[in-house]
Design a protein around this ligand. Structure first.
Ligand code: SAH
Length: 295
């Protein structure tokens, strides 16, 4: 008798703890539906997920390439590949997808985790995001940096721009904090579709307009009071001129997705554009620039 092969592989990556966000966000953003994070001991984290067996090789190749570009000099991630039974996986995944307490005021939860199950949270903002194919579940440091600053910055009635909205998480927060209008753009069609769904789920769809594209879609709009962008350095540098153009004099740019090593490049780009007022907020190796444009 021959054994029946599972259609799925179960992959377990052993990742240094401080790289696990990058690895799991890349996987979730670009390659797979979800990951389970387990404690791997000795400052290691296990990032576990399943894949159709026909896609395993290709997916791990892409991950290796991304990993070595992001962390030059690192060796390939340690891994184990096993047969897996989909029914067990789905049970485990639903159990493991957790709510994220971003700050004392902000909770992000999957729809299947009731708020009452999150102990010790008594804040005023609860955002529902189901982990899926768009970036922005609240688990990444840059999203958290942006959320805390957005929470503290928005004044009632302000106009907000969200560049690279992903799951729409930052726009939803801005709307809940009293923004009168939010324009969210993303170059990824899937992010635009997921964003529309998340706007409805969180009952803020009347305040948010979502379009596929980038900053040029805002050039003809009334100026924005605050613009937020959680994007890689290279993208920020390309979009910076437009970001400044679409934001009112004296308005704010909240830019993250940046590493500490990007600090100088961004400072130089700002000075070259006549901008001289900003502060920098840190979380892990990530930074957020909180920029005030000249009045
Ligand atoms: N705002 C979310 C998601 C950030 S991920 C959060 O803070 O968690 C970055 C998003 O930017 C991705 O969804 C990606 O598709 C989008 N993106 C990348 N380059 C872009 C560009 N030039 N203009 C607009 N969106 C872009």
């Amino acid at each position: 008798m021959t054994a029946i092969e599972s259609p799925l592989h179960f992959v377990r990556l052993i990742v240094p703890s401080d790289h696990s966000d990058i690895v799991s966000d890349y996987l979730i953003g670009d390659l797979i539906e979800g990951v389970e994070i387990r404690d791997g001991g000795k400052s290691k984290i296990e990032v576990c997920f399943y894949l159709p067996r026909t896609e395993t090789e290709n997916t791990l190749e892409k991950l290796d390439q991304y990993y070595s570009e992001f962390f030059p000099g690192e060796t390939q991630l340690e891994r184990e590949i096993a047969e897996y039974d989909q029914r067990d996986w789905q049970k485990e995944y639903l159990k493991s997808a957790r709510a994220v307490v971003v700050s004392e005021n902000i909770l992000v939860r999957p729809s299947w985790v009731p708020r009452t199950e999150v102990s010790g949270f008594s804040g005023d903002i609860v955002i529902i995001i189901d982990p899926g194919m768009a970036f922005g579940t609240g688990a990444h440091a840059t999203t958290q940096l942006a959320m805390v600053v957005v929470y503290n910055s928005i004044r009632s009635g302000e106009r907000v721009a969200d560049i690279g909205c992903g799951s729409l998480i930052l726009s939803i927060l801005a709307a809940m904090r009293g923004a009168s209008f939010v324009k969210a753009v993303d170059i990824d069609q899937l992010a635009v579709e997921i964003s529309a769904e998340n706007a409805r789920t969180n009952s803020v769809n009347d305040k948010i307009t979502i379009e596929r594209g980038s900053t040029d879609l805002l050039l003809d709009d009334e100026p924005y009071d605050i613009l937020v962008g959680n994007l890689l350095r290279e993208i920020i540098l390309v979009e910076l001129d437009n970001m400044i153009k679409v934001t009112r004099p004296g308005g704010r740019l909240l830019l993250t997705g940046l590493l500490e090593t990007d600090e100088e490049a961004l400072e130089e780009a700002l000075r070259a554009r006549g901008v001289s007022e900003w502060s920098i907020v840190h979380q892990d190796e990530w930074i957020l620039f909180d920029i005030v444009l000249p009045a």
